[in-house]
Write a protein that binds this ligand. Structure first.
Ligand SMILES: [Zn+2]
Ligand SMILES: [Zn+2]
Length: 276
C-alpha cells in the first residue's frame, strides 16, 4: 500500500551532515524560543497512533508494517486487517470487499476507474494511492514522479499522514525530487505529531544521521511503544553500543509488548496461523 514504505529501513541516501533536523519545524532560526517550543511539542505530541490506522471492522490498530497485516480495498479505500478478511471469507465473502461488499475489480482499468472515482470526490486516501501509482508507474499509468509529488502534496494538505511520510522520504533522500532534507523532515514532523509511527521512526533515523543520538533514542522510544519493531531494534542497537541505557531498552521492550498485546485478536492469530 505504501510504495515508499521505509519502516525501519534507514534512508540509504542519508549522510551524517548537520541539516538542522532538530529544529527543522521552526521556520525562523533567529527565534530560539520558538524552535525550543516546537521541539518540545514534537516530542510530547503523537504518542497515540493515528486513528486512521485502525481496521474499520474490528477497530483494532493494524500491526506494523501495515502492508503485511492488512489490505487496502480500492472500492472504499478502507484498509481491512487480515483477521477481518479471514472472518469474511469464513462467512463466504470471497470476491467482495469485506467492508463495503463491492465486488473486487478484476483488472487494472477497473481498479484505476474506482480510484479515480474517489479522487474526484477528494478522498485523500484515493489521491495518495493514485500518487503511488504514478510514482512507480502502476495500473497501466506511465511513471510520472512530479505528478505523484503533486498528488501526495494534495493528500497531505487534506491531513493524510501517509502522504506526509512519503513526501518526507522523497525530499529527504532526493528520490525523484531535488533533495531537501529540512523539507523532508518537516513532513515527517507533521505526521509524527499526528501519531504516524513510520514518520516518527524516520525522525529517529534523521537524528541518528545527524549524530544526535539522544534525540534519536527519544524518537525511537515513542515509535517502539506504538508497536514499531524497527524502532525497538534501533534502541537495542544503541543499548549494545552504549548509547542508550538498559533501563531505556527495558522500557521500550515493555511498551512494544503492550502495543502488540493491544493489537491481538483471535481472528488475527488464526489468520497468521493459516499464513494469510
Ligand atoms: Zn479487523
Ligand atoms: Zn470496499
Amino acid at each position: 500500500m505504501q510504495p515508499v514504505d521505509r519502516q525501519g529501513n534507514e534512508p540509504s541516501g542519508a549522510t551524517a551532515q548537520n541539516d538542522g533536523a532538530s529544529a527543522a519545524g521552526a521556520d525562523d532560526g533567529d527565534r530560539p524560543a520558538d524552535a525550543a517550543r516546537y521541539s518540545e511539542r514534537l516530542l510530547s505530541e503523537g504518542h497515540e497512533r493515528w486513528e486512521g490506522h485502525r481496521c474499520p471492522i474490528c477497530f483494532l490498530f493494524v500491526g506494523l508494517p501495515m502492508r503485511e497485516y492488512a489490505k487496502m480495498n480500492v472500492c472504499c479505500m478502507k484498509t481491512v486487517c487480515k483477521g477481518c478478511e479471514l472472518a469474511a471469507k469464513q462467512r463466504g465473502i470471497y470476491d467482495r470487499c469485506p467492508f463495503c461488499r463491492t465486488p473486487h475489480p478484476t483488472d487494472d482499468a477497473s481498479k484505476l476507474a474506482m480510484i479515480q472515482k474517489r479522487v474526484s470526490k477528494r478522498d485523500s486516501v484515493a489521491i495518495f494511492h493514485l500518487g503511488n501509482k504514478y510514482y512507480h508507474g502502476g495500473l497501466g499509468l506511465t511513471k510520472d514522479v512530479p505528478r505523484a509529488i503533486e498528488l501526495w502534496t494534495e493528500a497531505a494538505e487534506l491531513g493524510l499522514v501517509y502522504a506526509h511520510h512519503n513526501l518526507g522520504h522523497a525530499y529527504y533522500t532526493g528520490k525523484g525530487v531535488d533533495e531537501d532534507k529540512p523539507r523532508g523532515i518537516r513532513h515527517w514532523q507533521e505526521a509524527a505529531m499526528k501519531g504516524d509511527v513510520q514518520s516518527r521512526h524516520s525522525l529517529g533515523v534523521a537524528e541518528f544521521n545527524n549524530v544526535n543520538h539522544e534525540l534519536a533514542v527519544q524518537h525511537y522510544m515513542i515509535s517502539a511503544k506504538m508497536g514499531c519493531e524497527n524502532s525497538l531494534n534501533a534502541i537495542k542497537k544503541r543499548f549494545m553500543g552504549g548509547l542508550a541505557t538498559k533501563a531505556k531498552y527495558a522500557e521500550a521492550l515493555r511498551g512494544y509488548g503492550d502495543a502488540l498485546e493491544e493489537m491481538k485478536s483471535h481472528q488475527r492469530e488464526e489468520a497468521t496461523k493459516l499464513g494469510f
